[in-house]
Design a protein around this ligand. Structure first.
Ligand SMILES: Cc1cc2nc3c(=O)[nH]c(=O)nc-3n(C[C@H](O)[C@H](O)[C@H](O)COP(=O)(O)OP(=O)(O)OC[C@H]3O[C@@H](n4cnc5c(N)ncnc54)[C@H](O)[C@@H]3O)c2cc1C
Ligand code: FES
Length: 290
């Protein structure tokens, strides 16, 4: 079975962020905030996990947002409306546990992590919670979905590292202000590992601020996405091992940051080879040889 791309558009002006709407009625029927899919673009392609950033049960579609970081995401960015993905498995992962909290829930999205924050904010708001969202990026050209996030948030705070939009600084700054301002029930943080590490440190009693339960979304290497292969394992601060695709637990961020760099050399080689092949095909085309 192949899966059709119904819509593709660029997000922001960085030329690295893309949104796609995919025709997947069975996955759309079941998808919830916190779920992801694993897709393979073609027969020779690797399987990559991507979060369900939105779903429409009536239309039978799901939305993904991805950032070009290596070979497979680059190849994905070359596909257009009307093209197909070879195979997709999902929805995988643990969906968000919904309940009405006593105090506001803060949702923090960094970079491409803003997209998976959207369904979390939407479902929590629909459950009657007060949702405060903080979205941040290095600069304004990497920000997106401001309006969408506004629609599902009681308060939206925007920040950029370089001050090109919203507050100047990192997402933990407005978080500290909120922690001083009012009691909070839960913080959800999705984005770069280093951002999630500092969010977790801030909500763990930083400089006498109140402690708040914090949930993060781990983008570890994933292979099967169902708890069978161990590729996504992470350790907790007390040394226990869990699998990110199926478990939830306290994270040892420093260990995870080290593990995230494990395949850097191979990933670099893979994108260099892919770009070399693309250039070779261009040359053959220009020479009229293919
Ligand atoms: C559950 C889950 C959900 C995800 N959802 C999204 C999403 O919605 N949108 C999105 O853009 N990306 C998402 N990712 C990350 C995405 O899967 C990777 O960016 C992708 O696999 C990279 O493949 P590549 O061949 O393009 O790059 P590679 O050549 O494999 O890697 C290029 C660079 O990206 C880094 N990288 C590789 N894999 C990951 C990873 N899993 N997480 C973070 N950095 C990585 C490498 O360290 C390297 O620097 C998710 C990952 C997981 C585990
Ligand atoms: S991806 Fe294989 S166990 Fe999680």
């Amino acid at each position: 079975m192949v899966y059709k791309i119904l819509m593709k558009k660029e997000l922001g002006s960085s030329r690295t962020l893309f949104e796609m709407e995919l025709d997947m009625p069975l996955i759309a029927k079941k998808a919830r905030a916190g779920n992801f899919i694993i897709t393979r673009i073609n027969e020779k392609g690797e399987r990559i996990p991507l979060t369900v950033a939105d779903y429409n049960r009536e239309k039978g579609t799901i939305t993904i947002v991805f950032q070009v970081v290596g070979k497979t995401t680059k190849l994905l960015s070359t596909l257009e409306k009307g093209d197909f993905l070879l195979d997709v498995v999902g929805p995988l992962g643990n969906e968000i546990h919904l309940k009405k909290y006593d105090y506001p829930v803060v949702i923090i999205g960094g970079g491409v992590g803003i997209a998976p924050c959207y369904p979390q904010a939407k479902e929590l708001k629909e459950t009657g919670n007060k949702v405060i969202s903080i979205i941040g990026a290095r600069s304004s050209d990497l920000l997106f979905w401001r309006e969408k996030m506004k629609q599902v948030s009681d308060e939206l705070i925007i920040c950029t590292d370089d001050g090109t939009e919203g507050k100047k600084g990192v997402v933990t700054e407005p978080l500290k202000e909120l922690l001083k301002r009012e009691p909070l029930s839960l913080v959800i943080s999705i984005g770069p590992l280093i951002m999630m590490k500092f969010v977790a440190l801030t909500t763990n009693g930083y400089e006498g601020l109140p402690k708040v339960k914090t949930m993060v979304s781990l983008n570890t290497i994933m292979i099967d996405g169902t708890g069978m292969c161990g590729g996504c394992r992470f350790s907790t601060i007390d040394g226990k091992i869990y699998f990110a695709c199926v478990d939830g637990h306290m994270v040892d961020f420093d260990n995870l940051l080290k593990r995230a760099k494990r395949f850097m050399a191979q990933e670099k080689e893979s994108i260099e080879r892919y770009e070399h092949e693309c250039k070779a095909v261009e040359k053959l085309k220009m020479g009229g040889l293919i």
